[in-house]
Design a protein around this ligand. Structure first.
Ligand SMILES: Nc1ncnc2c1ncn2[C@@H]1O[C@H](COP(=O)(O)OP(=O)(O)O)[C@@H](O)[C@H]1O
Ligand SMILES: [Mg+2]
Length: 247
């Protein structure tokens, strides 16, 4: 990826003194996002078309097998919206102000172990996940589960502060009532009740007439559920094949 600051901030490692090298390694670990989706390769065509589709669609599902990069893609997209630091190649939707967002998964424990780990880094090294360490303003702890984070406040390029709250489906549909959200990311399949409740939060959001967006990433372990079929029925990929020319 063409990172905004890679040319400015990438000294030749062999020219650094040892303390400078330590600092540079730490700095790069806190800018993990720069290492994803390089614009040179064709490796991530599906992921990039998923990001691009956000320009047209408020609801998107990245449905794929295990280890295909679903969680990484969700964390990446969440991060660029939270920070407003869109890479040069970004063709998807852009928010111009700080956003209010949720990231959710099955249980508080899996949210902590997967989503928080991906976005914030491990407990002992917060700021080394997808959200750049220098953009994290502060975090609040969740109650009940050790080391779980409730909300993270993220510096947005506009000067505002975005807020990301962590949620879990196991707390039920009511847990998804609340104020408007610009972006909601579901990593793992939610029930149709939870999905619909969350979708309501994105209908009307401050700063835009278009409403917010749902990012959904999962492997369909439960087969043709209502959530899966609703996406498949609406999918562009499901359009009938073009009629063959008779000439
Ligand atoms: N764009 C990417 N660049 C480099 N590594 C990636 C990228 N996307 C995914 N990976 C790596 O592939 C592995 C699987 O990705 P993950 O997002 O956890 O898959 P899934 O959620 O589909 O099971 C992880 O180790 C992740 O770091
Ligand atoms: Mg995953």
């Amino acid at each position: 990826m063409k990172s905004q600051d890679s040319s400015k901030h990438s000294p030749k490692l062999e020219e650094l003194t040892e303390p400078e090298l330590d600092w540079e390694i730490q700095r790069r670990n806190r800018r993990k996002i720069n290492r994803y989706y390089p614009d040179t390769g064709q490796l991530y065509r599906k992921h990039l078309s998923f990001f691009r589709a956000s320009a047209q669609h408020r609801e998107r599902l990245l449905m794929a097998g295990n280890r295909c990069g679903k969680t990484t893609a969700g964390a990446y997209e969440m991060t660029v919206h939270l920070t407003g630091q869109y890479p040069d190649w970004w063709e998807g939707r852009r928010f111009t102000t700080a956003i209010d967002a949720w990231a959710a998964g099955d249980t508080s424990k899996t949210v902590r172990d997967i989503l928080q780990h991906e976005l914030l880094g491990p407990t002992h090294a917060r700021g080394t996940g997808m959200i750049p360490g220098d953009a994290i303003v502060r975090m609040t702890n969740a109650r009940g589960v050790a080391d779980a984070v409730d909300r993270v406040f993220v510096r947005h390029v506009s000067g505002g502060v975005s807020v990301l709250g962590f949620k879990s489906y196991s707390e039920g549909r009511k847990n998804f009532q609340g104020t408007a959200k610009h972006v909601i990311w579901f990593d793992e399949e939610p029930s149709i009740e939870v999905y619909t409740e969350a979708l309501m939060r994105t209908m009307k959001v401050p700063g835009t007439d278009q409403g917010g967006m749902m990012i959904v990433t999962f492997t369909p372990l439960q087969g043709y559920t209502e959530v899966v079929t609703s996406f498949l029925e609406a999918s562009d990929d499901n359009a009938p094949p073009p009629v063959a020319s008779t000439q």
